[in-house]
Design a protein around this ligand. Sequence first.
Ligand code: ADP
Length: 242
Amino acid sequence: MQMQLVHTEKLASLGELVAGIAHEINNPLSGILIFSSLAAKDKRLDPALKGDLETISSEAQRCAGIVKGLLEFARDYQPKMTVCDINQVVVDSLRLVECQSVFQNVAILRQLANDLPLIMADQNQLKQVFINIFINAGQAMQDLKRGELKIITARAGDPAGGVILRISDSGYGVPEEQLGKLFDPFFTTKGTGGTGLGLSVSYGIIQAHGGTITAESSIGVGTTFSISLPPCTDSNQTDPGV
Ligand code: ADP
């Protein structure tokens, strides 16, 4: 609990700092993006110079992607809550990613319980969390001849009776010394291919929903993310459609 508090405070102050820097970077970056792509289209250009300008333009685009990720990380986590069925959010999220090449050799198994309570959630934010976990899982299995992604939903055993979602992959796993850093902002093992913000953003979102998110992993066996979310109650039910 103490660790969670420290993590939350760290996220909040980092969030402010990051939002400030990202906003400052955005303006000059837009200038670089516009003028480098305009210049690269100039017909009088020497081909070698054109290639250099295209590199500047694509690298600036990559910076813009990182800045977008930073702003997402730093934004206020106040979710727009509606009553929803977690199974539906899981299925919708999966549909958006299952065609990606990282799932080419992956069998996707779903065990979705049919007796789950409804939850109050911002569906887009939950989708963002699930998609991030699915893609990380796919990337962890992409070198395998055959991987397995298992998605389980269940009713929580505690008296509050919320829902539990477990997403397990059979990928390369996370070394023990890295497991405690997974939800830290900017922790990534993907070099320039990652921002290390996906799981810290996910952590903030699940926390804003009153839930918890944890990870377990074994090298060479795989990784499991467990998410618990509280049930919708009469007092928090505000959706007039339900
Ligand atoms: P990014 O994907 O940009 O690196 P994330 O915050 O989503 O950022 O993930 C942080 C790190 O956690 C990853 O770089 C990777 O090392 C590790 N990780 C996350 N999910 C998995 C997984 N399913 N299997 C192995 N490692 C993982």
